[in-house]
Design a protein around this ligand. Structure first.
Ligand code: BDR
Ligand code: CA
Length: 317
């Protein structure tokens, strides 16, 4: 079976991505590591436990990671995920934080990769602080991975949390820089634009959430806030095409789950801007090889939306 480690800042799309993976029969999630991002680290850990509870999978170990970016002050997360990260629709019977593992996230990632040398795919749907720390603690960590799947960064100079920065990169630019420069393993990136260009319709979203299952009812509850938020925020600029149902983190997950999901990609060296008044945190794509970096990452360009919809539907079945 496919072995996964998933690093999340459990907002609603992280939850959607996790539920997608949990629904695939031959996939084994060896651990879920939590990191700062969409809300406080405590909320993020709680949210993961809530997702595992509704999927009846509380046996999967959950680890607490870094609560702050490496260097900069935390970005204020957008209201998209609600204050608690899951649409401010609390569950009074949510599992408590005592269910978290005692071992820290970074140590766990390193250990799990060692125990399963060359077999683990790491899916990162959050600021890359845990990943950056792992490679600093153990430089051999990345080469023990089978692959790294990241939701983050951008191809064009358009951001979603700063003018030019996508949230996961802009929330910890130094961490993104370290990961893109020191993870010399096969790396696949679902950028912000990629997810926007492959949005799903709200009709699909309602068919998806209205399935007659506990998982779908849970999703409907935690996603209502984001849907409301999106209604007021759809871009009127056609070029930006930010509209419809965009479950960002689910694209990186889909790529990890099914290689044939990505139908077109380009291989480029990439980096991250660390200074710049407007561009800090922006991904830099070295299309022409001027950075003279040997390591190239795979940037997703097109995907099989029918496959994606099937994975999405199955997540709530
Ligand atoms: C990313 O930012 C977060 O808010 C989402 O969970 C996703 O990982 C999109 O830019
Ligand atoms: Ca996320």
């Amino acid at each position: 079976s496919k072995l996964l480690l998933v690093d999340v800042d459990c907002g609603v799309d992280d939850a959607q991505a996790l539920m997608m993976a949990l629904a695939v029969p031959d996939v084994k999630i060896l651990g879920i590591t939590c990191v700062h991002g969409n809300t406080s680290l405590d909320n993020i850990c709680k949210n993961v436990l809530r997702v595992l509870k509704v999927c009846n999978r509380l046996e999967i170990p959950v680890y607490r990671g870094l609560a702050r970016p490496l260097l900069q002050e935390p970005l204020t997360p957008s209201d998209f995920h609600g204050k608690d990260g899951l649409g401010d629709a609390p569950d009074p019977d949510a599992p408590g934080l005592e269910l978290l593992q005692k071992e820290g996230a970074v140590e766990a990632m390193i250990r799990i990769a060692k125990e399963n040398e060359g077999q683990v795919c790491l899916v990162a749907t959050a600021p890359l602080t845990n990943l950056a720390s792992a490679v600093k603690l153990d430089p051999s960590f990345p080469k023990r991975l089978k692959g790294l799947y990241i939701m983050g960064g951008n191809m064009e100079a358009r951001g979603n949390s700063t003018v030019c920065g996508e949230f996961n990169f802009a929330a910890d630019p130094e961490a993104a820089y370290i990961v893109l420069n020191e993870y010399l393993c096969p790396t696949y990136i679902a950028t912000w634009e990629f997810t926007c260009y492959h949005n799903l319709s709200w009709e699909f979203c309602s068919e998806w959430m209205n399935q007659d299952t506990d998982k779908a009812r849970f999703m409907k509850k935690i996603f209502a806030h984001s849907i409301k938020h999106s209604e007021g925020n759809e871009s009127e600029n056609e070029m930006l095409a930010i509209s419809g149902f965009i479950s960002c983190d689910s694209y990186a997950m889909a790529a990890a789950l099914d290689h044939s999901f990505v139908t077109q990609a380009c291989k480029c060296a990439v980096s991250v801007e660390l200074s710049g008044n407007l561009t800090r945190g922006m991904m830099v794509v070295d299309d022409t090889g001027m950075l003279k970096k040997e390591h190239k990452v795979t940037i997703m360009r097109k995907c099989d939306l029918e496959k994606f919809k099937k994975l999405m539907m199955a997540a709530l079945e």
